[in-house]
Design a protein around this ligand. Structure first.
Ligand code: AMP
Length: 400
């Protein structure tokens, strides 16, 4: 049955709890983004949701608003948000705290790997009603008996495809076992491969499907360019790109070691840069992200795991120095720019050795073009990229 709530033009029409409504005004969220307009009314009505949205679409608030509304309107019960990476978890926790407001009676716990167990046990003893965290550490607490989820009737799985890619399937299954079967589950994923659909069939009850745009399409306001280049010329090309462009840049590389080495080399060559990858201590990762947010340095060199889901509004350019191992990550990477309607650009360096990976990315972005077995030149996608390349060279000349 469709209700007034299904037609959501602004947040006011939802009649949200005054504390939450006030936070939204404070955060200057007046008009819901398309994924919010679809998901929030359904979640408030109690439905399970299987959601796909392009990156940067306001997905976090799409689940955070109904979650907090339910916590505020019920004296009991708690909610759990599972997220693949620590950085993404921090961002979600940040949005949750903004939505809860400064004097909220609702206690929270942030349970991620790489941080002190003692501090987390303290937070858990205080009976939090909202827990945000990564599956590995949450599972540790459940197994030690330092966390209970018997009263947790609201579950969010964010970036589920990434959680599965990172090997969290086992932990997720274990976590589900600690939770009541009677619960509301909102599952979000940027892509919908078979393993996600299976998971949703198993753990969601008659989920409503919400989607913004085509699942595998990148945000439209990202200008994409591809540069065919030999491996050993990439570094010089990177420097010339950095010279020619203004604004914050994120450069994706394949390995943790490569990220460290490139940040060092760029600093030597006069570009303020730092590396972000999974081998850094958590405090160092936090420090790097904080400095990048504050624009204390311009170029962030990152591996895929560390950068998933990051929301740094001022990132203007994404450079794929190495192509991702998994084609889907291409979409996530370039989703780091052009956040919330801003403009952005993405450049991909494609070497002779990258043929297979590049074809996989092209197939993902444009399945119809992939059916065309002709050469690169025949593919409409490549035509777009060729145009892109020309654009890039024009831009470069102008800048030089
Ligand atoms: P997300 O896709 O959740 O990472 O959100 C992308 C960006 O959009 C974040 O900076 C949010 O703060 C912002 N945002 C989300 N929803 C709204 C809204 N309704 N109005 C204005 N900004 C929003």
């Amino acid at each position: 049955m469709r209700t007034e709530r299904n037609i959501m033009k602004n947040f006011e029409c939802l009649g949200l709890n005054p504390a939450l409504a006030k936070s939204l005004v404070h955060m200057k969220y007046t008009t819901p983004t398309p994924i919010q307009a679809q998901a929030i009314p359904l979640a408030l009505e109690g439905h399970d949701i299987m959601g796909t949205a392009q990156t940067g679409t306001g997905k976090t608030a799409a689940f955070a608003i109904p979650l907090i509304e339910k916590l505020l309107n019920n004296p009991r019960g708690s909610a759990l948000v599972l997220t693949p990476t620590r950085e993404l978890g921090k961002q979600i926790m940040g949005i949750m705290h903004q939505l809860l407001g400064p004097k909220s009676p609702i206690r929270t716990a942030f349970i991620i790997g790489g941080e002190s167990m003692g501090k987390q046990i303290g937070q858990l003893r205080a009976r939090p009603r909202l827990i945000v965290g990564t599956p590995g550490r949450i599972n540790d607490h459940l197994e030690r008996g330092t966390m209970m989820l018997r009263d947790t009737h609201f579950l969010v799985l964010d970036e589920t495809d990434r959680m599965l890619d990172m090997g969290f399937a086992v932990q997720l299954e274990k976590i589900f076992k600690y939770m009541p079967e009677q619960r509301q589950t909102l599952m979000f994923s940027a892509t919908l491969p078979k393993n996600i659909l299976k998971l949703s069939e198993k753990y969601l009850h008659n989920p409503k499907r919400v989607a913004v745009g085509e699942t595998n399409v990148v945000a439209r306001n990202i200008k994409q360019d591809v540069i065919r280049i030999e491996q050993d010329k990439k570094y010089n090309e990177l420097m010339s790109q950095l010279h020619d462009r203004n604004g914050s840049v994120i450069v994706f590389v394949k390995t943790k070691y490569g990220a460290d080495r490139m940040a060092k080399n760029l600093r030597r060559d006069g570009f303020a840069s730092e590396a972000l990858h999974g081998d850094l201590r958590q405090s160092k990762r936090d420090q790097v992200m904080q400095n990048f947010r504050k624009m204390n340095f311009r170029v962030l060199i990152a591996t895929d795991i560390a950068a998933r889901g990051l929301d740094v509004p001022h990132i203007e350019h994404v450079i794929n120095y190495d192509l991702p191992q998994v084609a889907e990550d291409f979409i996530h990477r370039i989703g780091r720019t052009a956040r919330a309607g801003a403009e952005g650009s993405a450049i991909s360096f494609v070497s002779n050795q990258d043929g297979r990976k590049w074809h996989a990315i092209e197939r993902l972005l444009n399945p119809n073009a992939a059916n065309d077995k002709g050469s690169d030149r025949k593919s409409s996608k490549n035509a777009k990229f060729r145009r892109g390349k020309k654009r890039f060279h024009r831009g470069k000349k102008k800048a030089a």
